[in-house]
Design a protein around this ligand. Sequence first.
Ligand code: SAH
Length: 269
Amino acid sequence: MNHLASSPLQGSCTLVGAGPGDPELLTLKAVKAIQAATVLLVDDLVNDEIVSAYARPDARIVHVGKRGGCKSTPQSFIEKLMITAVREGEHVVRLKGGDPFIFGRGGEEVEHLREEGIECAVVNGITAGLAAVTALGVPLTHRDHAQGVVFVTGHAKTGHAATEHPTDWRALAATARDARLTLVIYMGITGAHHIQQELLHGLAADTPVLVVQHASLAHQRQLTTTLGRLANDLAQEGFGSPAVIVVGDVVRGAAAVDAELPRRLANGD
Ligand code: SAH
């Protein structure tokens, strides 16, 4: 059975990964789900072009982002909206940047909807960390440089739980060094100085680092630096969100990359 299908009496709910930005990086399944949606709840990292290209003209589109000076829509409100709409028979698509299950709170939404008796289908998207390095021709694993990858958030949940379980950057640095792992840090720009200082307890100051902002979009920017210079260079170059920080020897290949490549790829020349 096609998991996007549902009974005519009850609506459906699908969490869809919109990828890092470039509409051509959407999956076919994502496009089909967006085209079938009667209600679309759109996160702020989703490229508007995707919604204008594929949403039905009569679809109800709700932007639930944090940007543009607006406050973020509370998670509980978004979930209530989804539950109500599904019960009214709507085909609800929750469109999230990248992959819905990588730092997208997709797991929480699926759990909360399940508690209400609603099963959500999930459509993968290309996560930003993957797109960021690929756009520069850099692999995340390499037999000579990295045996694996860690996707980690630089911004743990705030509140009580975060103080009990802060990310142990020192342990992560030691593991990355000993097991030869690439670190892909999401939401790490604000905390870059702290992350850098902690990682330096286990990784050398000359460990290569790549930062990619707006990966896969025409205005993509990248910076190659070292762990020792990271926070300084970020401040100097004025890098902000959304960006991923990639730490490890695989990044060495990025220095050789033509800085004009992303622009030319986006322009198709
Ligand atoms: N679910 C998303 C991640 C959401 S968390 C995914 O799978 O990609 C938000 C963080 O993702 C941002 O702070 C940034 O670190 C990263 N991110 C999202 N889109 C990005 C992009 N186009 N370029 C670089 N980083 C991006």
